[in-house]
Design a protein around this ligand. Sequence first.
Ligand code: FES
Ligand code: FES
Length: 132
Amino acid sequence: MYSKTVMEHFTNPRNVGEIENADGIGEVGNVKCGDIMRMYLKIEDNTIKDVKFKTFGCGSAIASSSMATELIKGKTIDEAMNLTNKAVADALDGLPPIKMHCSVLAEQAIKAALLDYSKKNNIHIEGLEDIN
Ligand code: FES
Ligand code: FES
């Protein structure tokens, strides 16, 4: 049912934890299953210098958070904004259809953290107004 990559990221998730004095924190919950994901971003020079997550949820949500953090680390804000849940699922070599919403949580958590960052710094990030 699960790809090797999903299992690998579930059993050995990357970037678990919190960032003290994070520049942006995003927390999202999934109404369908009740799972919660929190993302912490350290941002410097428009670049995601560090990212950590805490996920109270299923294996797919943990694997999705782990992969999503790997995909945005070192990238620009715009690149992080463009990360879709499909890209996360693809990088995991696929998720079962009923588990696709777990990857949506990862995309939303990153956007929520970027929104928090933009509000704290009073800057505008293209594409965030619609989730505001
Ligand atoms: Fe139980 Fe997501 S539904 S962990
Ligand atoms: Fe809800 Fe995975 S089952 S996030």
